[in-house]
Design a protein around this ligand. Structure first.
Ligand SMILES: CC(=O)N[C@H]1[C@@H](OP(=O)(O)OP(=O)(O)OC[C@H]2O[C@@H](n3ccc(=O)[nH]c3=O)[C@H](O)[C@@H]2O)O[C@H](CO)[C@@H](O)[C@@H]1O[C@H](C)C(=O)N[C@@H](C)C(=O)N[C@H](CCC(=O)O)C(=O)O
Ligand SMILES: Nc1ncnc2c1ncn2[C@@H]1O[C@H](COP(=O)(O)OP(=O)(O)OP(=O)(O)O)[C@@H](O)[C@H]1O
Ligand SMILES: N[C@H](CCC[C@H](N)C(=O)O)C(=O)O
Ligand SMILES: [Mg+2]
Length: 483
């Protein structure tokens, strides 16, 4: 494909005819081959512009970079927003793409919502896939990518690969990092959802306002101008999210107790699930959802909103809710202790997530709720005491342990949590902490192991020294429960 043709398609002006043949795209100079377009971005760790000479030496035909960057020996595609320009250019190269693409943002619930959307589409007869923290899940398999939102080249290549496999519908997770780094752009996104906003990632965004603004780019720039915004109505930030979507002229479908598109009329927790009454388009529907917790009901309804926004039939969609499969590591019932106490594994790794996971289990607890959790290293430090406070206030026994210490001293992370968690117990090793919780649990108790969900390892160290030690909360829970 000729560089000039790609640029013209993306509406990017280039000096000269740009007859160069483009063979691929890369944002890492180590992946540049002859004919590659290299995106040189200023990052948080290093400046990609430093690698321009190396990229050109490896055969880059063009470099997308700021106007002030120096490019010799290749076409300089100058842009004040090089990540966005690169994405638009690359999107023309990676074809075909699936017909129907939707995206989900929010602090919590993205993975669950994209996964539920995928399942609902599949039940409606579509070949559907999801992309997010769990990797790429296709009709046939699941492949892990390591990041929630893969880099732009992987993202676009995945989309093209899925379309070639015959996938017509894709739901992807748009993290705030991904949105602010333009890691998923250039494609027609038919509908976009907002689940909620609460404290997380302030190490990266600085303030809640900046964090919110990063997420809102999904509505102001990423979703198609004639697309739909599916917004959970019952969050503190919902009204502002709706106003943002309306200001762009998007169709807004509100979902929640205050929702005008899908209204949650009532929710009654049952033993292994819950009963929902839903009002939609002048009709009411009763759903036996085989999942517990208000938060799971919320995610499922937002997923249903995305399905309706992309042409799904309401009656069929709500009927399908009763056949949804649980999402890996989200309130997953991992094992039962010898005394009969259930052990749940959940991915709650924010204060709000912990509140939601505890609230989901509370109606099922006759004795004590024992919560094992920690906080990740090299991430927002401010959420640590907040998580400690939630556990101290709302669990009957809190055990603070390690969760991906990364480059930090695990004892210091635990101390920051414990400072706000009077009465909590400190047990460094995660296996030992889980074993202690299991040993404590009597017949009427429930154990919640929070923070790692589906994760398969403990991340220790950073940079060259980083190691991932195999660790799976579900497996360890089973081993401790039935030694
Ligand atoms: C802070 C952050 O988000 N960093 C991500 C980001 O890095 P960056 O753009 O700042 O890049 P950088 O490492 O400073 O390098 C700058 C540029 O030089 C290039 N480079 C770098 C080195 C080299 O030798 N040659 C080279 O060309 C890089 O490819 C990059 O384009 O882009 C990189 C490539 O896409 C990511 O790998 C990297 O993720 C790091 C590893 C990370 O841990 N990210 C986490 C925080 C993250 O993104 N998490 C969210 C989940 C959040 C949630 O869901 O709650 C996610 O979406 O996964
Ligand atoms: N709608 C919700 N409201 C509040 N908490 C939620 C909600 N959905 C999920 N959670 C909590 O967040 C955890 C993670 O859920 P999920 O993986 O779906 O979110 P995510 O947004 O993809 O997270 P990440 O940012 O890590 O990718 C759950 O295990 C639960 O504890
Ligand atoms: N997407 C989130 C996941 C956090 C999971 C938790 N186990 C941790 O390591 O902090 C992040 O990268 O911040
Ligand atoms: Mg996720």
């Amino acid at each position: 494909m000729k560089l000039g043709v790609l640029a013209a398609e993306a509406g990017i002006g280039l000096p000269g005819a740009a007859e160069q043949n483009v063979t691929g795209f890369a944002i890492d100079h180590r992946k540049v081959a002859p004919g590659t377009v290299f995106g040189a971005f200023q990052g948080s760790a290093v400046n990609g512009e430093d690698f321009i000479p190396a990229a050109v030496a490896s055969g880059a035909v063009a470099v997308v970079a700021r106007p002030e960057a120096r490019v010799d020996g290749a076409v300089h595609i100058a842009s004040d927003q090089p990540r966005q320009t690169f994405a638009r250019l690359a999107a023309g190269f990676f074809t075909p793409i699936p017909d129907t693409i939707v995206a989900v943002t929010g602090t919590n619930g993205k993975t669950s919502t994209v996964e539920m959307t995928r399942q609902l589409w599949r039940m409606a007869g579509h070949r559907a896939a999801s992309i997010g923290t769990l990797g790429v899940t296709t009709p046939d398999e699941s492949v892990s990518t390591g990041l929630t939102t893969p880099d732009i080249v992987t993202f676009l290549a995945n989309m093209a690969g899925l379309a070639r496999e015959g996938v017509s519908h894709v739901a992807y997770e748009a993290s705030s990092h991904g949105l602010s780094q333009y890691r998923n752009e250039g494609l027609r996104v038919a509908a976009a959802a907002f689940t909620n906003l609460s404290r997380d990632h302030l190490d990266y965004h600085g303030t809640m306002e900046a964090y919110f603004a990063a997420k809102m780019r999904l509505f102001t720039e990423v979703v198609a101008a004639d697309g739909t915004a599916v917004i959970w109505t019952d969050d503190e930030w919902s009204d502002r999210a709706m106003a943002t979507a309306r200001a762009r002229g998007l169709r807004v479908l509100g979902v929640g107790e205050k929702g005008d598109g899908i209204r949650l009329v009532s929710r009654v927790p049952g033993n292994l699930g819950q009963t929902l009454q839903i009002a939609c388009a002048d009709r009411t529907f009763k759903v036996e959802l085989p999942l517990i917790g208000a938060y799971q009901a919320a995610n499922v309804l937002v997923a249903a909103g995305l399905v309706l926004a992309t042409g799904g039939d309401p009656a069929r969609t709500f009927e399908s809710l009763s056949r949804l499969q649980p999402v890996r590591g989200r309130l997953e019932r991992a094992a039962i202790t010898r005394t009969g106490a259930p052990i749940y594994v959940d991915y709650a790794h924010t204060p709000d997530g912990l509140v939601a996971a505890i609230a989901a289990l509370r109606p099922h607890v006759r004795g004590r709720l024992i919560v094992v959790f920690g906080a990740g290293g090299d991430r927002d430090t401010g959420k640590r005491p907040e998580m400690g406070k939630v556990a101290a206030d709302q669990a009957d026994l809190a055990i603070v342990t390690d969760d991906n210490p990364r480059g930090e001293d695990p004892a210091a992370i635990r101390a920051a949590i414990l400072a706000a968690a009077p009465g909590a117990r400190e047990i460094a090793g995660r296996r030992e902490a889980i074993a202690a919780a299991v040993a404590e649990a009597g017949r009427d108790d429930i154990v919640l192991i929070a923070g790692k969900g589906h994760e398969q390892g403990q991340i220790i160290g950073r940079g060259e020294a980083m190691r991932v030690l195999p660790f799976d909360d579900v497996t360890v829970a089973r081993e401790c429960a039935q030694p």
